[in-house]
Design a protein around this ligand. Structure first.
Ligand code: DQA
Length: 147
C-alpha cells in the first residue's frame, strides 16, 4: 500500500484560530482527518506530522525515506527561509508537493520566495484546507503514473 507523509511546519498547529481571515477556520486536526480519508479513498495510507522546529521537520523528512512514498509539505514560514529543509527534501529523493493555505504570491514580497518549490513536483496555494486533499490526489496520481 502506498504511504504519504503530510508534514506541517511552524504555527500550523494554531490553524482554526490563527488569523482566520487569512488561513480560514479549519483546524489542523480537521485537515489531518480529511487527508487520511482522502488517502483511504484512493487506497493509500496517510500519516500526518506537525512541528514548530526546523530540526524536527528535517528528521521527519529523513525518516520518511524507506517508510513513505511521497511527501505533502506545508513548511509555513520555513518555506521562505530554510535551505536546510530544501536540502533534506532533495536528499531523500521522494516526490514532494508543496501546499500553502493562502496564495503566497498575492502576499508580502518575502512570502513569494519558496526554497521548497525548487525541489517539489509542484505547488498548490490559495485554496485553503482543500489544497491538502488536492495535493494527496495529485501525489497518488503521480505515483501511479511513475510506477
Ligand atoms: C503558509 C504561508 C506562509 O507564508 C506562512 O508563514 C505560514 C502559512 C500558508 O499555508 O499559507 O505559516 O505556509
Amino acid at each position: 500500500m502506498r504511504s504519504i507523509l503530510v508534514l506541517n511546519g511552524p504555527n500550523l498547529n494554531l490553524l482554526g484560530s490563527r488569523q482566520p481571515e487569512v488561513y480560514g477556520r479549519v483546524t489542523l486536526k480537521m485537515i489531518d482527518t480529511n487527508c487520511i480519508a482522502q488517502g483511504k479513498s484512493l487506497g493509500a495510507q496517510v500519516v500526518c506530522q506537525q512541528s514548530n522546529h526546523e530540526g524536527v521537520l528535517i528528521d521527519a523528512i529523513h525518516a520518511a525515506k524507506g517508510c513513505h512514498h511521497g511527501i505533502v509539505v506545508n513548511a509555513g514560514a520555513y518555506t521562505h527561509t530554510s535551505i536546510a529543509l530544501m536540502d533534506a527534501l532533495a536528499s531523500v529523493e521522494l516526490p514532494c508537493i508543496e501546499v500553502h493555505l493562502s496564495n503566497i504570491h498575492a502576499r508580502e514580497d518575502f512570502r513569494q520566495v519558496s526554497h521548497i518549490s525548487k525541489v517539489a513536483l509542484g505547488q498548490i496555494c490559495g485554496f485553503g484546507s482543500l489544497g491538502y486533499t488536492m495535493a494527496i490526489s495529485a501525489l497518488i496520481a503521480h505515483l501511479e503514473e511513475t510506477g
